[in-house]
Design a protein around this ligand. Structure first.
Ligand SMILES: [Zn+2]
Length: 145
């Protein structure tokens, strides 16, 4: 079952959610959580919608951070009502960035304003090895550290 409970998130993400919520309250921004955890089966059903099943496309991925318990979606409340107007999400995205979340609203192409996810730490060593693999395809040369 899909969940709206932030306690369904991994502990690190639950912690970030708490910081996000506190900052939102401080800024006078009201919101509700619409989704935290989603099973892979539910994600796959969403993915099929608009592709092999009727309805509009609602997601572009089978690999959602929601299935890893590393994402939450919100709906911003203005004047007691849910709003889907992009400008109403700018403050939330600003706060999300401030507390260290990756915000769907700052993605380059397919922006997902209500979506906030755990920022995976990019390992520099991984980048180096990826770069090196371009200049040399010799991996199994028998030399080890
Ligand atoms: Zn989401």
């Amino acid at each position: 079952m899909a969940s709206r409970d932030p306690q369904q998130l991994i502990p690190e993400m639950w912690n970030l959610f708490g910081q996000f919520r506190d900052e939102m309250i401080k800024a006078g921004e009201d919101f509700i959580v619409t989704c935290t955890y989603r099973s892979q089966q539910e994600q796959s059903v969403l993915y099929e919608q608009g592709r092999t099943k009727p309805g509009p496309i609602v997601t572009w991925t089978r690999n959602s951070k929601h299935t890893e318990r590393k994402a939450f979606d919100i709906a911003v409340i203005k004047n007691g009502k849910i709003t889907w107007a992009v400008p109403d999400y700018k403050k939330a995205v600003e706060i999300g960035i401030k507390v260290g979340l990756e915000c769907g609203g700052s993605w380059g192409k397919s922006k997902d304003w209500p979506h906030f996810q755990y920022k995976e730490v990019k390992n520099d060593k991984d980048n180096i090895s990826i770069n090196n693999s371009n200049s040399s395809n010799v991996v199994g040369n028998g030399i080890t550290a």
